[in-house]
Ligand binder design. Structure first.
Ligand SMILES: Nc1nc2c([nH]c(=O)n2[C@H]2C[C@H](O)[C@@H](COP(=O)(O)OP(=O)(O)OP(=O)(O)O)O2)c(=O)[nH]1
Length: 123
Protein backbone atom coordinates (compact mmCIF):
# COMPACT_ATOMS: atom_id res chain seq x y z
CA UNK A 1 0.00 0.00 0.00
CA UNK A 2 1.76 3.15 -1.15
CA UNK A 3 -0.96 5.78 -0.78
CA UNK A 4 -0.44 8.64 1.64
CA UNK A 5 -3.08 9.28 4.30
CA UNK A 6 -3.72 12.96 5.03
CA UNK A 7 -3.80 13.84 8.70
CA UNK A 8 -4.76 17.18 10.27
CA UNK A 9 -3.34 18.01 13.69
CA UNK A 10 -4.64 20.80 15.95
CA UNK A 11 -1.89 22.31 18.09
CA UNK A 12 -4.13 24.20 20.50
CA UNK A 13 -2.52 26.87 22.67
CA UNK A 14 -4.04 28.71 25.63
CA UNK A 15 -1.95 30.91 27.94
CA UNK A 16 1.32 29.16 27.05
CA UNK A 17 -0.13 25.69 27.53
CA UNK A 18 -1.01 23.10 24.89
CA UNK A 19 -3.74 20.51 24.57
CA UNK A 20 -2.16 17.04 24.81
CA UNK A 21 -3.67 13.54 24.89
CA UNK A 22 -2.40 9.99 25.15
CA UNK A 23 -2.78 7.31 22.46
CA UNK A 24 -4.67 4.28 23.72
CA UNK A 25 -3.64 0.62 23.65
CA UNK A 26 -6.07 0.06 20.77
CA UNK A 27 -4.38 2.69 18.58
CA UNK A 28 -1.18 2.66 16.60
CA UNK A 29 1.69 4.39 18.46
CA UNK A 30 0.06 3.26 21.73
CA UNK A 31 1.19 5.11 24.84
CA UNK A 32 2.60 8.09 22.90
CA UNK A 33 1.53 11.66 23.60
CA UNK A 34 -0.58 13.25 20.86
CA UNK A 35 -2.24 16.46 19.81
CA UNK A 36 -5.91 16.22 18.78
CA UNK A 37 -6.16 15.18 15.14
CA UNK A 38 -6.95 12.50 12.60
CA UNK A 39 -7.72 11.63 9.02
CA UNK A 40 -8.94 14.34 6.66
CA UNK A 41 -12.21 13.31 5.01
CA UNK A 42 -12.91 13.60 1.28
CA UNK A 43 -13.71 17.20 0.29
CA UNK A 44 -12.57 18.50 3.68
CA UNK A 45 -9.82 21.06 4.25
CA UNK A 46 -7.03 20.43 6.75
CA UNK A 47 -8.36 23.32 8.82
CA UNK A 48 -11.92 21.95 8.93
CA UNK A 49 -10.61 18.50 9.83
CA UNK A 50 -8.50 19.93 12.68
CA UNK A 51 -11.54 21.76 14.10
CA UNK A 52 -13.78 18.68 13.73
CA UNK A 53 -11.28 16.21 15.24
CA UNK A 54 -10.55 18.51 18.18
CA UNK A 55 -14.26 18.87 18.99
CA UNK A 56 -14.81 15.09 18.67
CA UNK A 57 -11.83 14.14 20.80
CA UNK A 58 -11.69 16.88 23.44
CA UNK A 59 -15.10 18.62 23.40
CA UNK A 60 -13.41 22.00 22.80
CA UNK A 61 -14.32 24.43 20.02
CA UNK A 62 -11.24 25.99 18.47
CA UNK A 63 -10.26 28.62 15.90
CA UNK A 64 -7.44 28.43 13.39
CA UNK A 65 -4.45 30.73 13.99
CA UNK A 66 -1.78 29.71 11.48
CA UNK A 67 -0.02 26.87 9.73
CA UNK A 68 2.89 25.45 11.75
CA UNK A 69 4.47 22.58 9.87
CA UNK A 70 4.01 19.96 7.13
CA UNK A 71 5.56 16.53 7.72
CA UNK A 72 5.52 13.29 5.73
CA UNK A 73 6.34 10.18 7.71
CA UNK A 74 6.65 6.45 7.00
CA UNK A 75 5.34 4.46 9.94
CA UNK A 76 5.08 0.66 9.97
CA UNK A 77 1.31 1.14 9.73
CA UNK A 78 1.58 3.37 6.66
CA UNK A 79 2.75 6.64 5.15
CA UNK A 80 1.07 9.80 6.40
CA UNK A 81 1.17 13.46 5.50
CA UNK A 82 0.56 15.60 8.56
CA UNK A 83 -0.40 19.26 8.63
CA UNK A 84 0.18 20.78 12.06
CA UNK A 85 -2.11 23.78 12.54
CA UNK A 86 -1.78 26.26 15.40
CA UNK A 87 -5.18 26.91 16.97
CA UNK A 88 -6.67 28.82 19.88
CA UNK A 89 -9.63 28.24 22.13
CA UNK A 90 -11.85 31.01 23.45
CA UNK A 91 -13.46 29.39 26.45
CA UNK A 92 -12.00 28.32 29.78
CA UNK A 93 -13.77 24.97 29.37
CA UNK A 94 -11.72 21.92 30.35
CA UNK A 95 -10.93 19.20 27.78
CA UNK A 96 -12.28 15.67 27.99
CA UNK A 97 -9.63 13.31 29.48
CA UNK A 98 -7.12 12.03 28.66
CA UNK A 99 -6.62 15.46 27.05
CA UNK A 100 -5.07 18.02 29.39
CA UNK A 101 -3.19 21.32 29.26
CA UNK A 102 0.61 20.98 29.29
CA UNK A 103 3.02 23.92 29.64
CA UNK A 104 5.06 24.61 26.51
CA UNK A 105 8.36 24.00 28.30
CA UNK A 106 7.13 20.54 29.39
CA UNK A 107 6.36 19.36 25.85
CA UNK A 108 9.92 18.11 25.06
CA UNK A 109 9.74 15.81 28.13
CA UNK A 110 6.81 13.79 26.72
CA UNK A 111 7.08 10.67 24.54
CA UNK A 112 5.85 11.86 21.10
CA UNK A 113 5.43 10.04 17.78
CA UNK A 114 8.54 10.50 15.60
CA UNK A 115 6.64 12.73 13.15
CA UNK A 116 6.08 15.30 15.92
CA UNK A 117 9.73 16.00 16.71
CA UNK A 118 10.19 19.03 14.43
CA UNK A 119 6.98 20.74 15.48
CA UNK A 120 7.77 20.27 19.18
CA UNK A 121 11.04 22.12 18.63
CA UNK A 122 9.12 25.04 17.07
CA UNK A 123 6.79 25.56 20.04
N1 LIG B 1 -3.92 12.55 16.56
C1 LIG B 1 -2.61 12.54 16.32
N2 LIG B 1 -2.08 11.63 15.45
C2 LIG B 1 -0.75 11.68 15.25
C3 LIG B 1 0.08 12.62 15.90
N3 LIG B 1 1.37 12.42 15.47
C4 LIG B 1 1.35 11.39 14.60
O1 LIG B 1 2.30 10.91 14.01
N4 LIG B 1 0.06 10.92 14.47
C5 LIG B 1 -0.34 9.84 13.58
C6 LIG B 1 -0.92 8.63 14.24
C7 LIG B 1 -1.83 8.08 13.15
O2 LIG B 1 -1.04 7.38 12.20
C8 LIG B 1 -2.36 9.33 12.51
C9 LIG B 1 -3.65 9.79 13.13
O3 LIG B 1 -4.69 9.15 12.52
P1 LIG B 1 -5.98 8.72 13.33
O4 LIG B 1 -5.97 9.35 14.68
O5 LIG B 1 -7.13 8.86 12.45
O6 LIG B 1 -5.67 7.26 13.50
P2 LIG B 1 -6.15 6.36 14.68
O7 LIG B 1 -5.04 6.29 15.63
O8 LIG B 1 -7.49 6.84 15.17
O9 LIG B 1 -6.35 5.03 13.93
P3 LIG B 1 -5.22 4.06 13.50
O10 LIG B 1 -4.03 4.84 13.04
O11 LIG B 1 -4.94 3.28 14.75
O12 LIG B 1 -5.87 3.30 12.40
O13 LIG B 1 -1.36 10.33 12.73
C10 LIG B 1 -0.48 13.56 16.81
O14 LIG B 1 0.17 14.41 17.41
N5 LIG B 1 -1.84 13.47 16.98
Amino acid sequence: MSSVTRIAIAVVERDGRYLVGLRTKQQTLAGKAEFPGGKVEANETFEAAAIRECLEETGLEIEIVSHLDSVEWDYDHGRIALEFILCRVGSQQEPRPPFRWVAGNELPNLDWPDANQTVIQKL
